[in-house]
Design a protein around this ligand. Sequence first.
Ligand code: ADP
Ligand code: ADP
Length: 232
Amino acid sequence: QVAASAENLTKIYGSGDTEVVALRGVSVSFAAGEFTAIMGPSGSGKSTLMHCLAGLDVATSGSVRIGDVELTGLSDKAMTTLRRDRIGFVFQAFNLVPTLTAAENITLPLDIAGRDVDKQWFDAVVTRLGLTDRLTHRPAELSGGQQQRVACARALVGRPDIIFGDEPTGNLDSRSSGEVLEILRAATDEFGQTVVIVTHDPRAASYADRVVFLADGQIVRELRQPRADDVF
Ligand code: ADP
Ligand code: ADP
């Protein structure tokens, strides 16, 4: 079962003298329940690929599917609904709402969607991310690592089919990175969710089932069951 896929994806920014080809015909698919890390040098197209897969950016040509839904041609409204109901985002720009507490930030997407919060699952996520005694704090009262973990909890709490992360451990100390990676691993192993992250962190990649390497807008290599040594 395929959770997401891209076929012959091309992305060109700008035109004429300023044209940059960020993706050159990328085809890749992500099996349901699998944890994939996308790695590669800066400028190789990782963020662009992630944004196109997640429906945050539109490719110049090619197609993207989330589950059995083809994203090309979806209306903005349908796209927003799909993102809201099926996709979780753990991005480095935390985008936490400064006036809300950690708990309110975590449940905000569900509140907006009018969905119920599963209290038991909320507690499980918060406990695993070490946020139990930070729930009434506002973002300004939290460390960077705690803010990142709140963003992670927010992505997980609605049990999305697929979780996209852009450097989810990028700003974290070793302990917080471990907690985030463990919970992403648990999302796949225990609950069959699909995880796709962009990372430079060999430790993050070592948690993945598969590493896909990009260079100059193309997939140049894939590894299964990587160890940290393989990806330095
Ligand atoms: P990575 O995430 O691997 O660092 P990106 O996907 O961010 O790579 O960028 C791939 C290429 O596309 C780079 O050459 C980058 O400069 C260019 N690029 C990315 N975003 C834009 C943009 N909004 N406008 C123009 N060029 C862009
Ligand atoms: P049951 O129907 O047996 O209660 P649930 O799906 O509600 O099964 O989940 C069982 C336990 O796993 C609960 O503690 C729940 O909070 C937790 N859980 C549920 N979904 C997820 C998930 N996607 N990731 C991690 N834990 C989850």
